[in-house]
Ligand binder design. Structure first.
Ligand code: FE2
Ligand code: FE2
Length: 402
């Protein structure tokens, strides 16, 4: 049962169903979670929130006196199995997804906390960001698609945090593809986590505005790299490369970007990587006012935008994600549609996909996974004359992490 309770009555073992307030009022990126530790409680009490909804079927009730954790955790696990984005097929894949889910949740929390700290003028926990960047890199190494697929899922109220996590995962993947050292991969991930920290100064109504921004609003948005860099400059532990990505991830190779109008190699390698990862995640993400573009379609579009990106790095990005990245819709020679759920590194044109729709019958089918690179598989991808943006087609897509 859902109950609206004051924050002062919350205890460890209660399950938060919804935080009643704007994302600027608190430092959690998740709306739903089990209160497991004192730090959760103190962050709730330190926030501007006064009320929350709790779910008494998944955690303690206000009246419950019983020892909370065993019961609450048990219920939480039970609820998890029903999550729409529950994990992958085989055991090891399942475990990799579970670990990636942990990295995603922890990263989302840390980014949310850093936004909150920045807003209050507090010190950022740089070491925690460094540790998480390490975990992001580790997750990408273990299963390159797990974190990338999980970070694609974004709710409106957590967009800015999860966009940062997604850019971190994309940056780490791209750095790996470019053969960077461990240290550089970690720096790339950290730069992804922090690149938009300057957005903390942008009013929410501008950040989430459904329509076109006015010139005045656009000018406010364009300040975030400079403001973010100014914040990071105050932090003694921030590596200069991370600060540079924050300042220059909106520069363009042709010099028409901002804030400094740098061109070509005046823009650092990491900032050129940041520009690609940032735009890719932004255009492929659903927002309240637009559906995200299909990932494969997006790569095609980005390749057409001459002058915006470093072409060599974009080519490496396509190699890292595959020509049909996770979440792309494929039209198959079997007359069906499928969504890509994993890459085959040795066969970039033949990923693993989940069939979900019959073009012949014009109806959804029972979902089934196919590995297009498997020796006996005679189903092929139908090459599109023009890239098709399936995201705009109105199809209900199955989960890419199930
Ligand atoms: Fe940005
Ligand atoms: Fe961004």
């Amino acid at each position: 049962m859902l109950k609206r309770v004051p924050v002062s009555q919350l205890r460890i073992g209660m399950y938060i169903h919804e935080l009643c307030g704007s994302w600027l009022d608190h430092s959690f990126w998740r709306q739903r979670f089990l209160i497991q530790q004192d730090s959760h409680l103190s962050r709730l009490r330190d926030s501007k929130l006064e009320w929350v909804w709790i779910d008494t079927d998944r955690g303690l009730d206000v009246e419950d006196q019983a020892q909370p954790m065993a019961r609450a955790v048990g219920r939480r696990d039970g609820g998890r199995a029903q999550d729409a984005d529950a994990a992958g097929p085989a055991d090891e894949v399942h475990q990799a997804y579970e670990r990636a889910r942990g990295v995603r949740d922890a990263s989302g929390d840390v980014v949310a906390q850093m936004f909150s700290d920045a807003q209050l003028g507090r010190r950022l926990d740089v070491q925690q960001a460094e540790r998480l960047a390490q975990d992001v890199a580790g997750s990408i190494d273990e299963h390159p698609d797990a974190l990338l697929s999980l970070a694609r899922i974004k709710r409106a109220d957590q967009y800015t945090y999860m966009h940062s996590v997604a850019v971190a995962a994309l940056m780490a993947s791209l750095a790996r593809e470019l053969g960077h050292s461990e240290e550089q991969v970690r720096l790339a991930g950290m730069a992804g986590l922090l690149h938009d920290i300057g957005k903390v100064g942008i009013p929410e109504k501008i950040l989430n505005k459904p329509g076109r921004l006015t010139d005045e609003e656009f000018a406010i948005v364009r300040r975030h790299p400079v403001e973010g860099a100014a914040m990071l400059r105050e932090e003694p532990g921030i590596p200069p490369e991370v600060l540079d990505v924050c300042l220059h991830h909106h520069e363009r190779i042709d010099g028409r970007g901002y804030p400094d109008g740098l061109a070509g190699e005046q823009i650092s390698l990491l900032a050129r990587m940041g520009a690609i990862c940032d735009v890719y995640d932004a255009i492929t993400s659903n927002r309240p006012y637009k559906k995200g573009w299909d990932p494969a379609f997006s790569l095609g579009k980005m390749a057409e935008w001459t002058g915006q990106f470093d072409e060599d790095i974009l080519a490496a990005f396509v190699r890292a994600l595959g020509r049909f990245p996770v979440g792309s819709i494929l039209s198959l020679t079997s007359g069906e549609l499928a969504v890509v759920v994993a890459q085959n590194r040795d066969a970039p044109d033949a990923p693993v996909a989940k069939v979900f729709y019959s073009n012949r019958l014009c109806q959804y089918t029972a979902e089934r996974r196919i590995d297009l690179s498997a020796p006996g598989c005679d189903i092929r991808i139908v090459p599109a004359v023009k890239p098709v943006d399936w995201a705009q087609s109105g199809l209900n897509l199955p989960s890419v992490v199930g």
